[in-house]
Ligand binder design. Structure first.
Ligand code: ADP
Ligand code: MG
Length: 345
């Protein structure tokens, strides 16, 4: 992750704009700022409640916090512990900072809970699946060969050290780090005294407090519609919503869509779903579960969502919608377009 080229700030901003609504044209003014981070565009919006300068400083620190986490968890920067764990796969133990150790522990726990659908060692396949200008479709043989490098149970943790069991294995935190960073960023804003905020790392969104007394509104992108065309909008206050879709990063080759969520069981891009949105208490949980449920598909995905106590919207490979809790209203109103929605209710 985090290599994804920005496709022009205007386009990215439009994509984020499609995901939530703010008080434009009505309520109290908020402070809004967008910046590129972790290979995507981040947006932070806070209600300053008359403390503009303080709010601006808090937003600055919030972005710095996200950048700190990016630097800590990127697998691309050779100096990170993640990169060193990967370079030493099958060999020596590598010392890891507490914060990284903790997220690796949680990633392993999510591997267990999702029957391996979420697998932090997915990066063992990363050499053959890349969505930059080096993209190509691998052969069946290559995929079969690399698939053996993927098994989160081969990530070993002991004290403050970590190692990968076999050469060729590698970890990648692309399915969890953004959600974690959104949680941390949002908490920093709250601790700075700004209880009403919305933090969005592209499709990972956490809404705290309210938007001038009303819930924040998060739009769910129609996965086969133009950017900004929505399946619907849900109210969110004090919760996170994450969406994983096959339309975010993909290539079409011979009518087949190759995208960035890999099914660890097959080694190929996951085929059960088109899009999955999860509403959960934390952005990390929403981020991870959206990816895991995307891989698992409707039947097993609904069971996992239920076990984890989160709401989910699954658009399965046939385009059928499966929704629980907050997303139920979206299923009840099929085909809702972008027009006519926006602002506050
Ligand atoms: P996005 O990065 O667009 O928010 P997701 O949250 O769905 O997308 O996460 C997809 C990312 O997670 C991939 O780009 C990759 O870094 C990583 N990943 C891909 N497949 C898996 C998997 N089965 N388990 C864990 N992480 C994965
Ligand atoms: Mg995600």
């Amino acid at each position: 992750m985090w290599r994804r080229a920005l496709i022009g700030a205007g386009l990215v901003a439009a994509a984020i704009g499609a995901r939530y609504w703010t008080a434009d044209g009505g309520g109290a003014a908020t402070l809004k700022e967008s910046r590129p981070l972790m290979g995507t565009l981040w947006s932070i919006e806070v209600a300053p409640h008359g403390r503009e300068a303080e709010a601006r400083a808090a937003v600055e620190r919030a972005f710095a916090e996200a950048a700190r986490i990016e630097a800590l968890m990127s697998e691309w920067r050779p100096e990170t512990a993640v990169a060193r764990i990967n370079a030493a796969a099958g060999g020596d133990w590598v010392e890891v900072p507490d914060e990284l150790r903790a997220i690796l522990e949680r990633a392993i726990a999510y591997g267990n809970k999702s029957s391996g659908a979420f697998d932090v060692t997915w990066r063992g396949m990363g050499r053959i699946w890349r969505y930059d200008d080096k993209f190509r479709t691998p052969s069946k043989k290559e995929v079969e060969g690399a698939r053996g490098n993927v098994d989160y149970r081969g990530l070993q943790l002991e004290g403050n050290k970590a190692r990968l069991a076999r050469e060729g294995m590698a970890i990648g935190l692309g399915g969890i780090a953004k959600g974690y960073a959104v949680d941390r960023t949002s908490r920093l804003l709250r601790e700075a005294g700004f209880a009403d905020s919305i933090v969005a790392g592209a499709g990972d969104i956490l809404a705290s407090g309210t938007n001038d007394g009303a819930p924040w509104r998060v739009g769910i992108q129609d996965p086969r519609g133009e950017r900004g065309r929505l399946l619907g909008v849900i109210d969110v206050s004090g919760a996170a919503v994450s969406t994983s879709g096959d339309y975010e990063r993909f290539r079409m080759v011979g009518g087949v869509r190759y995208h960035h969520i890999i099914d660890p069981r097959t080694g190929w891009p996951a085929r059960e779903s088109i899009s999955v949105s999860v509403k959960a208490a934390s952005s990390e949980q929403a981020d991870v579960l959206a990816t895991a449920i995307f891989v698992l598909g409707a039947e097993k995905g609904l069971a996992l969502a239920d076990a984890e106590g989160v709401d989910v919207l699954i658009i399965d490979a046939a385009g059928r919608r499966h929704a629980t809790g907050a997303f139920s209203a979206i299923v009840a109103r099929p085909g809702l377009g972008a027009s006519g929605i926006g602002g506050r209710r």
